[in-house]
Design a protein around this ligand. Structure first.
Ligand code: NAG
Length: 139
């Protein structure tokens, strides 16, 4: 009986979790740009849950908007040092226009995001953040 009750609670919690999955525009009105420090933004938008979606919006390169892009860094150390040698390109400078580029946080692991443009100086100046989505039953 106790196990059955626990199971019902777990299922209920995960259903609530599913209905709470959110879609967030990274940086809010600032969108995804160089010169903005995303650490604070990420902190304010925590917690993230599995299946939440992050939308990266940025204009294609032009005279008034320098190119930015979106990389996945493989671990905390490359994140801290803005080392892109093992990074994976998620979205090139043209892929953030219009509706933006959406990343679903569908695994329970840290996601390290950064822009690799500007010779990693954008990253070093704060154009990076990480998110660890919680499983939905963890509410
Ligand atoms: C970004 O903000 C965080 C938190 O306030 C701070 O620790 C960090 O040094 C800032 N990064 C830069 C490059 O200013």
């Amino acid at each position: 009986m106790k196990i059955a009750q626990a199971f019902v609670l777990l299922v209920a919690a995960s259903l609530i979790g599913v209905s709470q999955a959110k879609t967030v525009v990274v940086g809010g009105n600032e969108k995804w740009r160089s010169g903005f420090n995303y650490t604070e933004w990420a902190f304010q938008n925590n917690p993230f849950y599995i299946n939440d979606k992050l939308v990266f919006k940025y204009d294609p390169p032009s005279e008034s908007s320098p190119a930015v892009d979106l990389f996945w860094l493989p671990d905390l150390y490359s994140y801290m040092t803005c080392d892109f040698s093992r990074a994976k390109l998620l979205a090139d400078p043209t892929q953030g226009s219009g509706e933006g580029f959406t990343v679903a946080l569908n695994q329970w692991r840290p996601y390290y995001f950064a822009s690799g443009q500007g010779n990693s100086v954008y990253c070093k100046n704060g154009m990076k953040f990480f998110a660890v989505p919680w499983p939905q039953w963890f509410i």
